[in-house]
Design a protein. Structure first.
Length: 249
Protein backbone atom coordinates (compact mmCIF):
# COMPACT_ATOMS: atom_id res chain seq x y z
CA UNK A 1 0.00 0.00 0.00
CA UNK A 2 1.12 3.56 -0.61
CA UNK A 3 -0.21 7.10 -0.40
CA UNK A 4 0.45 10.38 -2.19
CA UNK A 5 3.02 11.45 0.39
CA UNK A 6 5.10 8.34 -0.29
CA UNK A 7 4.88 8.89 -4.04
CA UNK A 8 5.91 12.54 -3.65
CA UNK A 9 8.91 11.59 -1.51
CA UNK A 10 9.93 8.94 -4.05
CA UNK A 11 9.55 11.46 -6.87
CA UNK A 12 11.90 13.93 -5.16
CA UNK A 13 14.41 11.22 -4.25
CA UNK A 14 14.17 9.96 -7.82
CA UNK A 15 15.08 13.36 -9.26
CA UNK A 16 18.24 13.49 -7.16
CA UNK A 17 19.11 9.86 -7.91
CA UNK A 18 18.57 10.22 -11.66
CA UNK A 19 20.77 13.31 -11.84
CA UNK A 20 23.53 11.72 -9.75
CA UNK A 21 23.41 8.40 -11.61
CA UNK A 22 23.91 9.97 -15.02
CA UNK A 23 26.83 12.14 -13.98
CA UNK A 24 28.59 9.77 -11.61
CA UNK A 25 26.83 6.89 -9.88
CA UNK A 26 25.42 5.85 -6.54
CA UNK A 27 21.87 7.15 -6.95
CA UNK A 28 20.50 3.76 -5.93
CA UNK A 29 22.08 4.27 -2.51
CA UNK A 30 19.20 6.72 -2.06
CA UNK A 31 16.35 4.97 -3.85
CA UNK A 32 16.82 1.34 -2.81
CA UNK A 33 16.96 1.91 0.96
CA UNK A 34 14.13 4.47 0.66
CA UNK A 35 11.92 1.76 -0.84
CA UNK A 36 12.88 -0.50 2.06
CA UNK A 37 12.06 2.30 4.52
CA UNK A 38 8.60 2.54 2.92
CA UNK A 39 7.93 -1.06 3.90
CA UNK A 40 9.00 -3.18 0.96
CA UNK A 41 10.95 -6.39 1.47
CA UNK A 42 14.53 -6.06 0.28
CA UNK A 43 13.97 -8.29 -2.76
CA UNK A 44 10.83 -6.39 -3.77
CA UNK A 45 12.62 -3.07 -3.26
CA UNK A 46 15.47 -4.34 -5.44
CA UNK A 47 13.03 -5.24 -8.22
CA UNK A 48 10.94 -2.09 -7.87
CA UNK A 49 14.04 0.07 -8.08
CA UNK A 50 14.71 -1.34 -11.56
CA UNK A 51 11.65 0.44 -12.98
CA UNK A 52 13.22 3.78 -12.14
CA UNK A 53 16.62 2.58 -13.40
CA UNK A 54 15.18 1.45 -16.73
CA UNK A 55 13.21 4.61 -17.50
CA UNK A 56 15.90 6.89 -16.05
CA UNK A 57 18.50 5.58 -18.48
CA UNK A 58 16.08 5.61 -21.40
CA UNK A 59 15.52 9.31 -20.65
CA UNK A 60 19.27 9.92 -20.40
CA UNK A 61 19.98 8.12 -23.69
CA UNK A 62 17.40 10.32 -25.39
CA UNK A 63 18.85 13.44 -23.82
CA UNK A 64 22.42 12.55 -24.85
CA UNK A 65 21.20 11.94 -28.40
CA UNK A 66 19.57 15.38 -28.48
CA UNK A 67 22.91 16.81 -27.38
CA UNK A 68 24.46 14.94 -30.33
CA UNK A 69 26.37 12.49 -28.13
CA UNK A 70 25.61 8.96 -29.26
CA UNK A 71 27.57 5.98 -30.59
CA UNK A 72 24.91 3.31 -30.47
CA UNK A 73 26.93 0.64 -32.29
CA UNK A 74 29.64 0.56 -29.61
CA UNK A 75 27.12 1.07 -26.78
CA UNK A 76 25.14 -1.93 -28.02
CA UNK A 77 28.27 -4.07 -28.31
CA UNK A 78 29.31 -3.26 -24.74
CA UNK A 79 25.77 -3.80 -23.46
CA UNK A 80 25.65 -7.28 -25.01
CA UNK A 81 28.74 -8.22 -22.99
CA UNK A 82 26.87 -7.47 -19.75
CA UNK A 83 23.74 -9.52 -20.52
CA UNK A 84 24.86 -13.00 -19.33
CA UNK A 85 26.16 -11.59 -16.05
CA UNK A 86 23.03 -9.47 -15.50
CA UNK A 87 20.70 -12.44 -15.95
CA UNK A 88 22.74 -14.62 -13.59
CA UNK A 89 22.95 -11.80 -11.05
CA UNK A 90 19.19 -11.18 -11.09
CA UNK A 91 18.44 -14.88 -10.53
CA UNK A 92 20.95 -14.92 -7.69
CA UNK A 93 19.33 -11.87 -6.10
CA UNK A 94 15.81 -13.31 -5.94
CA UNK A 95 17.06 -16.55 -4.41
CA UNK A 96 18.79 -15.22 -1.31
CA UNK A 97 17.09 -14.43 1.97
CA UNK A 98 15.81 -10.97 2.83
CA UNK A 99 18.20 -10.66 5.78
CA UNK A 100 21.20 -11.79 3.75
CA UNK A 101 20.38 -9.22 1.08
CA UNK A 102 20.21 -6.43 3.68
CA UNK A 103 23.61 -7.37 5.09
CA UNK A 104 25.18 -7.52 1.61
CA UNK A 105 23.59 -4.17 0.72
CA UNK A 106 24.89 -2.58 3.92
CA UNK A 107 28.43 -3.87 3.32
CA UNK A 108 28.40 -2.60 -0.25
CA UNK A 109 27.26 0.82 0.92
CA UNK A 110 30.13 0.95 3.40
CA UNK A 111 32.44 0.13 0.49
CA UNK A 112 30.90 2.97 -1.54
CA UNK A 113 31.60 5.38 1.32
CA UNK A 114 35.23 4.28 1.48
CA UNK A 115 35.72 4.81 -2.25
CA UNK A 116 34.18 8.27 -1.97
CA UNK A 117 36.42 9.30 0.92
CA UNK A 118 39.73 8.05 -0.51
CA UNK A 119 41.43 10.83 -2.50
CA UNK A 120 41.45 10.13 -6.22
CA UNK A 121 44.44 10.65 -8.44
CA UNK A 122 43.88 12.96 -11.36
CA UNK A 123 43.42 10.93 -14.50
CA UNK A 124 44.21 12.39 -17.87
CA UNK A 125 41.05 12.71 -19.91
CA UNK A 126 41.65 10.48 -22.89
CA UNK A 127 39.91 10.52 -26.20
CA UNK A 128 39.21 8.02 -28.90
CA UNK A 129 36.18 7.11 -30.95
CA UNK A 130 35.83 3.46 -29.96
CA UNK A 131 38.57 3.23 -27.37
CA UNK A 132 40.71 0.21 -26.67
CA UNK A 133 38.95 -3.15 -26.48
CA UNK A 134 40.63 -6.20 -24.97
CA UNK A 135 39.82 -9.33 -22.98
CA UNK A 136 39.92 -7.16 -19.86
CA UNK A 137 36.99 -5.15 -21.18
CA UNK A 138 34.96 -8.30 -21.90
CA UNK A 139 35.67 -9.71 -18.44
CA UNK A 140 34.88 -6.40 -16.77
CA UNK A 141 31.56 -6.06 -18.63
CA UNK A 142 30.50 -9.57 -17.57
CA UNK A 143 31.35 -8.85 -13.92
CA UNK A 144 29.63 -5.48 -14.00
CA UNK A 145 26.59 -7.10 -15.57
CA UNK A 146 26.42 -9.65 -12.74
CA UNK A 147 26.75 -6.94 -10.11
CA UNK A 148 24.14 -4.77 -11.83
CA UNK A 149 21.69 -7.63 -12.12
CA UNK A 150 22.27 -8.61 -8.52
CA UNK A 151 22.14 -5.34 -6.60
CA UNK A 152 22.71 -2.34 -8.95
CA UNK A 153 23.90 0.03 -6.18
CA UNK A 154 27.07 1.82 -7.29
CA UNK A 155 27.28 0.07 -10.67
CA UNK A 156 27.77 3.45 -12.32
CA UNK A 157 31.11 3.85 -10.53
CA UNK A 158 32.26 0.46 -11.83
CA UNK A 159 31.23 1.22 -15.39
CA UNK A 160 32.93 4.61 -15.33
CA UNK A 161 36.16 3.05 -14.08
CA UNK A 162 36.08 0.30 -16.71
CA UNK A 163 35.23 2.51 -19.67
CA UNK A 164 37.58 5.32 -18.69
CA UNK A 165 40.61 3.33 -17.56
CA UNK A 166 40.37 0.17 -19.68
CA UNK A 167 39.03 1.69 -22.89
CA UNK A 168 40.56 5.14 -22.42
CA UNK A 169 37.36 6.99 -23.31
CA UNK A 170 36.69 10.60 -22.40
CA UNK A 171 34.36 11.09 -19.44
CA UNK A 172 31.59 12.52 -21.62
CA UNK A 173 31.64 9.39 -23.78
CA UNK A 174 31.87 7.24 -20.66
CA UNK A 175 28.57 8.62 -19.36
CA UNK A 176 27.02 8.35 -22.82
CA UNK A 177 27.82 4.63 -23.05
CA UNK A 178 27.08 4.01 -19.38
CA UNK A 179 23.42 5.02 -19.54
CA UNK A 180 22.83 2.88 -22.65
CA UNK A 181 24.52 -0.18 -21.11
CA UNK A 182 22.54 0.03 -17.87
CA UNK A 183 19.29 0.58 -19.77
CA UNK A 184 19.96 -2.47 -21.94
CA UNK A 185 20.87 -5.00 -19.25
CA UNK A 186 18.09 -3.76 -16.96
CA UNK A 187 15.47 -5.09 -19.40
CA UNK A 188 16.12 -8.82 -18.73
CA UNK A 189 16.95 -8.15 -15.07
CA UNK A 190 13.63 -6.35 -14.50
CA UNK A 191 11.79 -9.09 -16.38
CA UNK A 192 13.15 -11.67 -13.95
CA UNK A 193 12.03 -9.60 -10.97
CA UNK A 194 8.57 -9.14 -12.52
CA UNK A 195 8.12 -12.86 -13.23
CA UNK A 196 9.15 -13.68 -9.66
CA UNK A 197 6.59 -11.16 -8.31
CA UNK A 198 9.23 -8.87 -6.83
CA UNK A 199 7.97 -5.52 -8.16
CA UNK A 200 5.63 -2.90 -6.67
CA UNK A 201 4.38 -1.08 -9.75
CA UNK A 202 2.82 1.95 -8.05
CA UNK A 203 5.91 2.87 -6.06
CA UNK A 204 8.13 1.93 -8.99
CA UNK A 205 6.37 4.25 -11.42
CA UNK A 206 6.32 7.07 -8.87
CA UNK A 207 10.05 6.68 -8.46
CA UNK A 208 10.56 6.43 -12.22
CA UNK A 209 8.82 9.78 -12.79
CA UNK A 210 11.51 11.37 -10.63
CA UNK A 211 14.49 9.45 -12.01
CA UNK A 212 13.49 10.26 -15.59
CA UNK A 213 13.31 13.95 -14.76
CA UNK A 214 16.65 13.93 -12.97
CA UNK A 215 18.31 11.90 -15.70
CA UNK A 216 17.10 14.20 -18.46
CA UNK A 217 18.70 17.22 -16.81
CA UNK A 218 21.66 15.20 -15.59
CA UNK A 219 22.64 14.47 -19.18
CA UNK A 220 22.58 18.20 -19.95
CA UNK A 221 24.50 19.60 -17.03
CA UNK A 222 27.82 18.81 -15.44
CA UNK A 223 28.01 18.19 -11.71
CA UNK A 224 31.67 19.08 -11.37
CA UNK A 225 30.98 22.24 -9.37
CA UNK A 226 28.58 20.42 -7.10
CA UNK A 227 30.48 17.16 -6.81
CA UNK A 228 31.81 17.85 -3.30
CA UNK A 229 28.36 18.69 -1.97
CA UNK A 230 26.79 15.64 -3.58
CA UNK A 231 29.52 13.45 -2.10
CA UNK A 232 28.84 14.75 1.42
CA UNK A 233 25.09 14.27 1.07
CA UNK A 234 25.56 10.75 -0.25
CA UNK A 235 27.93 9.77 2.56
CA UNK A 236 25.52 11.00 5.24
CA UNK A 237 22.56 9.31 3.56
CA UNK A 238 24.45 6.04 3.13
CA UNK A 239 25.54 5.99 6.79
CA UNK A 240 21.93 6.44 7.92
CA UNK A 241 20.82 3.64 5.62
CA UNK A 242 23.57 1.28 6.82
CA UNK A 243 22.50 1.88 10.44
CA UNK A 244 18.90 1.10 9.47
CA UNK A 245 19.74 -2.01 7.42
CA UNK A 246 21.95 -3.52 10.14
CA UNK A 247 19.44 -2.66 12.89
CA UNK A 248 22.14 -0.93 14.93
CA UNK A 249 19.53 1.23 16.64
Amino acid sequence: MCDLNQLFVLFLVGIAAGFINVNAGGGSTLTLPMLIFLGLDASVANGTNRIGILLQNLSAVSSFKREQYSRFKLSFKLALMTLPGAIIGAFFSINISNEAFKIILALIMIGVIITMIIPKKKVEVLTGSDGEQSWKVYLAMFGIGFYGGFIQVGVGFLLMAALHHLMKLSLVHVNMHKVFIIFFYTIPALTIFILSDNVNWILGLGLAAGTMTGAWWGAKFSVKKGEKYIRVILIVAILIMVVKLLNIF
